[in-house]
Design a protein around this ligand. Structure first.
Ligand code: FAD
Length: 527
């Protein structure tokens, strides 16, 4: 049993930002399910968006965000996040994030990304997330009021139902978590809890997200009674390496920008002009849909991305990391094409929060990719997601501090009960279910959807859910089982959300409802 003033679940950009803002006056515990730097934050390449260029304006950033989000964004939230961005960047710089400086030496170097009408992305070369994670982690380690607890896998939020004196208040008082080091389940209590567990990319066979992105926070919040919104909006990156062992290596869009061509792997046909006059330079979603269509039509495993017609020196200089990485896997990209598939990249939906990061459950806040805050709408604008982590991490902290007196001390909580479970002798079930979910989510709930395919997926998830729940009731928990239980829950939420949207908007494209409705409405699932 451990107790903190505030418990933060997740040690990425959102969790550490919240912790640092709380720690001036509160004792904060931050848990992570593996090492502290295993979240998506560490992997972010591009950077963080903010209005910093002369001639740019908050209105322009708001407008770009709303266009990307296909009108489903919440204007007040977008305005709030955009206006907070420059100050958030300044605070990161103060913490020691070495953002690149422009050639004159008098400001940050800003890059421009798809969908942005101005140069507005601050970055640290192509490893921005790593630099941010390092700086936040160092500040958190150095803070006497922050306790960092890696290898602690959250299982479920603790609510009044788990109190020694049962209540139905719905209030969250901390959580039960599996300690990987001891193999024991611990109870961790706090007056306020902040969910910052990242996205749910690993529901899909191919995803650029880290191994731990299994939507744990979304599933835990749902089980604790919180509404979940817009889960049908999954962003896919068009080109991820197809490799049976390395499932999440991104091939940057710059390869297409520098002349890389997408070809059918059997006929060699360059198929992009068949789909869009801009061919390989069409927007991300169109390219992803075209690849998906080729793969589905001909039952392919992948398509080819070919840059071997360019000078070998050019390829090596422009794409040194990709060249080295693929050479190690036996592919010389100066001589042969790269097998690629689109891959899940970002979870736009999640736990519903208000502008202060409050969820539906009293005492529970959430920030970052685990949430649906209203910022992204039906599609995320590049480099707005790290920004969301900083702004909402801080807003949640501010609200907790301002309302400390209204939050309650946790009551006595019943310890985790393992008296009716035994050790599993069928671990194979977990691997089997895990693989099955990720494969049918990929095939039936991917980039281009139909009602029939979604119904097939729903049928399968109902069966699996029964099996997994049954397994969960009978066997001792393990990290794999905890993740599988959440994966089933989140896959079900995605399928149900997709089935309930009778239009195509942003990232949700269905052949049965190809038009966009005049009214933009969130999908809201109520537990
Ligand atoms: C390859 C890649 C490139 C990207 N590039 C950019 C970019 O350039 N710009 C941008 O804005 N965004 C980018 N993104 C998106 C961005 O990185 C993420 O949206 C953001 O980092 C999410 O931060 P977070 O704090 O919400 O979660 P994460 O950084 O994912 O952290 C999640 C934390 O929760 C913990 N956790 C999860 N489940 C549990 C559990 N059950 N128990 C305990 N702890 C748990 C994890 O251990 C981890 O510490 C990119 C994403 C990827 C995958």
């Amino acid at each position: 049993m451990r107790a903190f003033d505030v418990l933060v679940i997740g040690s990425g950009a959102a969790g550490l930002t919240a912790a640092l803002n709380l720690a001036q006056t509160k004792k904060v515990g931050v848990i992570a399910k593996g090492q502290l730097d295993e979240g998506a934050t560490n992997w972010a390449q591009g950077g963080v968006a903010a209005v910093l260029e002369e001639g740019d304006s908050f209105d322009a950033h708001v407008n770009d965000t709303m266009i990307a989000g296909a009108g489903l964004n919440k204007l007040s939230v977008v305005e709030h996040v955009v206006s907070e961005a420059p100050a958030a960047i300044a605070r990161l710089a103060e913490l020691g994030v070495p953002f690149n400086i422009d050639d004159d030496g008098d400001g940050w170097h800003l890059t421009r990304e798809g969908g942005h009408s101005h140069r507005r992305i601050v970055h640290v070369a192509d490893a921005t997330g790593w630099a941010i994670q390092q700086a936040l982690e160092k500040a958190a380690r150095d803070h006497p009021n922050i306790t960092l607890v890696p290898d602690m896998v959250a299982i479920d939020l603790v609510t009044g139902r788990h109190a020694a004196e049962f209540t139905t208040s719905g209030e969250v008082h901390g959580l039960y978590a599996f300690n990987r080091k001891t193999g024991e389940v611990e109870t961790i209590t706090a007056r306020a809890t902040v969910l910052a567990t990242g996205g749910a990319g690993r529901t899909y066979l191919y995803s650029t997200a880290p191994r731990g992105a299994t939507g744990d926070g979304i599933a835990m919040a749902w089980r604790a009674g919180c509404r979940i919104s817009n889960m049908e909006f999954m962003q896919f990156h068009p080109t991820c390496l197809y490799n049976l062992e390395v499932k999440n290596f991104l091939i940057t869009e710059a390869v297409r920008g520098e002349g890389g061509l997408l070809r059918h792997p059997e006929t060699g046909h360059g198929f992009m002009p068949d789909y869009d006059e801009r061919a390989e330079l069409a927007p991300r979603d169109i390219v992803a849909r075209a690849i998906d269509s080729e793969i589905k039509r001909d039952g392919l495993d992948y398509v080819h991305l070919d840059i071997s017609h360019r000078e070998p020196e050019f390829v090596k200089v422009h794409f040194p990391n990709i060249y080295e990485k693929l050479l190690g896997l036996g592919i010389d990209i100066t001589k042969e094409p790269i097998p690629v598939v689109p891959a899940q990249h970002y979870t736009c939906g999640g736990v519903m929060v208000d502008i202060d990061g409050r969820t539906d459950a009293p005492g529970l806040y959430a920030a970052g990719e685990v949430t649906q805050s209203g910022l992204h709408g039906a599609n995320r604008l590049a480099s707005n997601s790290l920004l969301e982590c900083f702004v909402f991490g801080e807003c949640a902290a501010r609200h907790i501090l301002a309302h400390w007196g209204e939050l309650h001390d946790p009551p006595a909580i019943r310890p985790w009960d393992e008296s009716r479970v035994t050790d599993s002798d069928e671990e194979v079930v977990i691997q089997q279910c895990w693989g099955e979910i990720r494969r049918f989510m990929w095939n039936f709930v991917g980039i281009v959807r139909t009602t029939k395919r979604l119904e097939r997926a729903k049928h399968r998830i109902d069966l699996l859910r029964q099996e997994v729940n049954d397994y969960y009731k009978h066997f001792t928990v393990t990290p794999d089982l905890i993740e599988l239980r959440n994966l089933v829950e989140v896959a079900d939420l995605i399928i149900r959300s997709a089935l309930s949207r009778h239009e195509s908007r942003g990232l949700h494209f269905t052949l049965d409802y190809p038009d966009t409705s005049p009214e933009a409405l969130d999908t809201v699932l109520v537990p």
